[in-house]
Design a protein around this ligand. Sequence first.
Ligand code: SF4
Length: 92
Amino acid sequence: MQCQTVLPGSECTFWGKHGCIHIGNSCENVVEECEGCERIVEGTIGKVCSVAPSPKKKWAVNICNFATHRKIEKKVVEQRINPLKASKRGGK
Ligand code: SF4
């Protein structure tokens, strides 16, 4: 349904029949770590995130997975090769 408070008219999964069901019945403002992200939009309460109602929580553990300005560095996991299967493949 469409938000009618912070981002009026925008589709939001947190908006229901009884209004906003997010904690505190509202989105939260972006946090310092969000600066530079393309998902920041201006809402009626100031700068908010267009995809996450609680930016603070998105940054609580690690880098926000929706962030456009910072990316999680993927670690290359060394693939373990079963020597028995490898020898069979090599024999063909
Ligand atoms: S996507 Fe993440 S980094 Fe970007 S504004 Fe939203 S919470 Fe902040």
